[in-house]
Design a binder for this molecule. Structure first.
Ligand code: NCD
Length: 306
């Protein structure tokens, strides 16, 4: 039995297979409409979510399966003090697969050790968000036609943004990628990603504070929200939250085919006027999230569709 805790749990070859499956699902949705008849996914969300939880649920429903779960810690037995280990042992009796989001780093990993069904990490604190990374990889590969040979800017809250941590780890396995890490001083990428992931792998990267200076060289721009819920005090958040705002004026500095990604939710960091720009890919990215989660469910449940 396999779980998904980090994007590195899949080899590059396995990822390729998964992304091909997601593209096939996109092209032939009917073929997969009954692939998971009778199967259930449990979505155990101890932290807020719109896209991740609902895209997992949509994915299972699209495959003919059904869904159960909770969308906040308050409405589960966590409010009574139950541990994730106990919760997962019980959920293993009710469902075939589960997706768990938790504010504590490592909570889904702890759950996976006691689980008799596959556990998917749907975001653990400021640590990892592997299924967002699968979504990002599918979006980049589908819209750009390749993974590799590009300069990608990652902009915003690189310290607490788990989507950025997972995406960097996944992308360093592809050739000729340059990272431009754009953040205010206080929100720079954590030391462990800089040293153990980027430097250790001789990955080309620069750390800068100015989005305007970085824009002209980028093939991809991955914007992120300042992660309000991970700040220790409101004052720091308020000071940082509007540090970067991408608008049509700034976009004049970018390449005509630079792709703009964002895991969403957006707060102020991309003006709504940018939504009409053909380079804006973040809503298509959310759609790709459903196809890739369908592919992931099929893969972890070892369901083959001919
Ligand atoms: C992200 C997350 O939860 O980390 N959202 C998502 O799953 N698409 C990004 C965020 O909340 O800023």
């Amino acid at each position: 039995m396999r779980h998904l805790m980090s994007p590195l749990d899949f080899s590059v070859e396995e990822l390729d297979k998964l992304l091909n499956l997601a593209n096939d699902i996109e092209a032939n949705p009917k073929k997969y409409a009954h692939a998971c008849d009778g199967k259930k996914i449990a979505t155990l969300f101890y932290e807020p979510s719109t896209r991740t939880r609902l895209s997992f649920e949509a994915a299972m429903l699209n495959l003919g399966g059904s869904v159960l779960g909770f969308s906040s810690a308050d409405s589960s037995s966590a409010a009574k003090g139950e541990s994730v280990s106990d919760t997962i042992r019980v959920i293993s009796c009710y469902a075939d697969i589960c997706a768990m989001r938790h504010p504590k780093e490592g909570a889904p990993l702890v759950a996976s050790m006691k689980s008799s069904i596959p556990v998917i990490n749907a975001g653990d604190g400021g640590h990892q968000h592997p299924t967002q990374t699968l979504t990002d990889l599918l979006t980049i590969r589908s819209l750009k036609g390749r993974l590799g040979n590009f300069t990608i800017g990652l902009c915003g809250d690189l310290k607490f943004g788990r989507t950025v941590h997972s995406l960097i780890q996944a992308l360093i396995r592809y050739p000729n990628i340059k990272f431009v890490l754009i953040s205010p001083e206080e929100l720079r990428i954590p030391d462990n990603i800089r040293e153990d992931v980027l430097r250790k792998n001789n990955q080309e990267f620069v750390e800068v504070a100015s989005l305007e200076d970085a824009l002209p060289e980028l093939d991809l721009l991955y914007m992120t929200r300042v992660q309000k819920e991970r700040f220790f005090n409101e004052e720091d958040y308020v000071r940082m939250k509007d540090f970067y705002i991408l608008d049509s004026e700034k976009l004049k500095l970018a390449k005509p085919d630079m792709m703009i990604l964002h895991p969403l939710p957006r707060v102020n960091e991309i003006s709504v006027e940018v939504d009409e720009d053909p380079r804006a890919a973040y809503f298509r990215q959310a759609q790709y999230g459903v196809y890739v989660r369908m592919a992931l469910i099929l893969t972890l449940l070892e369901v083959e569709v001919c």
